[in-house]
Design a protein around this ligand. Sequence first.
Ligand code: 5GP
Length: 255
Amino acid sequence: MSRRRQIYEGKDKVIFEGPESGTIVQYFKDDAYTSNNKKSGTIIGKGVINNRISEYFMTRLGEIGIPTHFVKRLNMREQLVREVEIIPLAVVIRNISAGSIAKRLSIPEGTTLPRTIVEFKYKSSDLGDPLVSEDHITAFGWANPNELDEMMQLSLRINDFLCGLLLGVEIRLVDFRIEFGRHYNQNDEMNIILADEISPDSCRLWDAKTNKRMDKDRFRQDMDGIAEAYQEVAQRLGILPESIPRIHQGPKLMQ
Ligand code: 5GP
């Protein structure tokens, strides 16, 4: 691991001070946790693959004019990103019913939603990232109405683009979760930009023909072949690093 000064260690990543002011380094770990922290383990090679997949998505999104924090990949597990003021919200974009919406509203898993649904969750692991309304967000000052509009519009553009990109490799984007931050330029002007990561940890990805789960739900639901599923996503996108040995072992559960 890098010797740079560590700023923060999260569940999936470690954040280090970047080489220049206004930059930070994201180090992708192999650790895996469920959002309620009930299950933890190691998915061997996950960090390397997520670093690549997130680089790929962020780069493609940047090419169509979505502002992102991504600057460049530094090595197998690290990428350089722009430092942002994190907005304490997770934005969940849903195309097909699965996970918490399927349970909460009793919509059978796999049902195509009448239209894309955008949800906001307040980022607090102590509270379990509760679903919040736009009124909560503006009343508590987590984001103002203009910022909310911007996040909503960017989320829908990101969804449209990623749905098409993934369908091209026969993967359905069921839902995904992203985060945004405030980025200040040299003139102190603020822009909302896409932050964090986009990877099989933060997306539900189903094989378009078989509905095979190719994401972290395999870990959440105690299914085998987790690392292989992540590798297959990378392989289909054409970005599996040559130097990564094929993974054959399953996750090593710590508890
Ligand atoms: P759900 O609310 O249905 O459990 O999850 C919605 C989406 O958010 C899914 O694509 C899931 O993979 C993603 N997600 C759930 N928990 C987390 C988390 O703790 N971190 C990240 N990055 N994504 C999450």
